[in-house]
Design a protein around this ligand. Structure first.
Ligand SMILES: C[S@@+](CC[C@H](N)C(=O)[O-])C[C@H]1O[C@@H](n2cnc3c(N)ncnc32)[C@H](O)[C@@H]1O
Length: 372
């Protein structure tokens, strides 16, 4: 493997998502820790870290940052603002060349003398040893972000994901390489790896399905396992298509967490980067003009209406509708508000706003009731 390698279009989208999320992740958690009088300390783990840089194009004349250094750059901004803060960056890669290059770059960027280090190790062995140390040091409740970005689909068994999610403030951002998984999941020789990935044998049912069905079955199965076995409360996938191959998926970036706030910030981040307003997807999406209303928009409105109908005759807090919609549908604040206002106009809902709340929006404090 030549190091570094040239960055691809899909990697840029992945980095954009990571960067746009890690920024508010640091801001929100530091301010929470400060408010509660806790030490301002965050852990970032890059499990399949790569060398930290990429060539920007085939001319190999300029470079851009890879995931661990993108995070190091953001970390420096928060450390510049308050040098008492601690951001522990731990990286692992099983390629010695990547680790050497990354350690050199991390040292150059580490102006606040933080614990920033890359280890030459297999992710699964290293992360379990690191989690043992965190437990020994009694740091279990610290906020932790784990980026799992392999080349393939092995080396991060569901049993390890389950262990990570036992830490109450752990979040995972997993690159689920659906393209490769579909290619290999029916071959006998990869069965053991697949079973470790999914933590079950149900993936074998794909044999009875066709192409499109296979990919949604496998992504849904993995998301289901993240919830049911690894005990993630919230799971949010973002689809990245294969460049120049229409809407054929290359991988899904899946965020798993235990906190609603984490889901909300990640979903808002994904929505900003998505090429489509009611789904979470990038690359290969053509914006087609249609005579008809977007069916995803219609379905969101119908689901919110049904949720309110099921609660009839109770008045429901806007924040309850928002929390349910974020967790169970494609909605985010903007589209939830649009749906509620459309339903109000159709006389399907009544919205009681607080004094001084504007009639053309719905927000925290408003109460909603179904009227049919
Ligand atoms: C997709 S690249 C990572 C890119 C990096 N996350 C970024 O965005 O800049 C995957 C990396 O995982 C490493 N790798 C593959 N299998 C591994 C394993 N089992 N444990 C640790 N690293 C592994 C490879 O050497 C490679 O550098």
């Amino acid at each position: 493997m030549e190091i570094p390698w040239v960055i691809e279009e899909h990697t840029k989208v992945k980095h954009q998502l990571l960067k746009s999320y890690i920024n508010p992740w640091m801001a929100i958690l530091f301010s929470q820790q400060k408010r509660m009088g806790f030490p301002e300390r965050l852990f970032y783990f890059d499990g399949f870290s790569g060398p930290g840089i990429y060539y920007e194009d085939n001319s190999e004349s300029s470079t851009c940052l890879g995931s661990p250094l993108i995070v190091a750059e953001i970390a420096n901004k928060y450390l510049d603002a308050n040098s008492k803060r601690e951001i522990i960056l731990t990286c692992t890669d099983n390629h010695g060349g990547c680790v050497n290059m990354l350690n050199q770059k991390l040292t150059e960027m580490n102006k606040h003398e933080q614990r920033w280090k890359a280890y030459h190790a297999e992710f699964d062995t290293a992360i379990n040893a690191i989690l043992d140390l965190i437990e020994e040091d009694g740091l279990n409740t610290s906020p932790m972000f784990f980026f799992i970005d392999p080349f393939g689909y092995s080396g991060f068994p569901l049993s390890t994901i389950e262990r990570i999610l036992k830490f109450p403030q752990a979040e995972l951002f997993i690159n689920f390489m659906i393209y490769d998984i579909i290619r290999f999941c029916e071959e006998k020789q990869f069965e053991e790896n697949m079973e470790a990935l999914f933590g079950c044998k149900e993936f074998k049912k794909v044999s009875a399905l066709n192409g499109e069905e296979k990919q949604s079955y496998l992504v849904n199965l993995y998301c289901k396992q993240l919830k049911n076995v690894a005990r993630a409360e919230f799971v949010m996938p973002f689809r990245i298509n294969t460049p120049k191959q229409g809407n054929r998926p290359k991988y899904y970036l899946i965020h798993a967490s235990k906190k609603f706030k984490a889901l909300k910030v990640m979903k808002d981040t994904m929505a900003k980067i998505s090429d489509s307003p009611y789904s979470f997807v990038a690359i290969g999406i053509s914006s087609q003009e249609s005579l008809f209303e977007n069916p995803d928009k219609v379905s969101l409105r119908e689901r919110i209406s049904k949720y309110c109908q099921d609660k009839y005759p109770d008045w429901i807090d806007y924040s309850e509708i928002e929390a349910w919609t974020y967790s169970n549908t494609n909605g985010i604040s903007k589209t939830i508000k649009e749906a509620l206002i459309a339903l109000e106009k159709d006389n399907a809902l009544n919205i009681k706003r607080k004094p001084r709340q504007r009639a053309n929006t719905v927000t925290e404090g408003a109460k909603i009731v179904y009227i049919g």
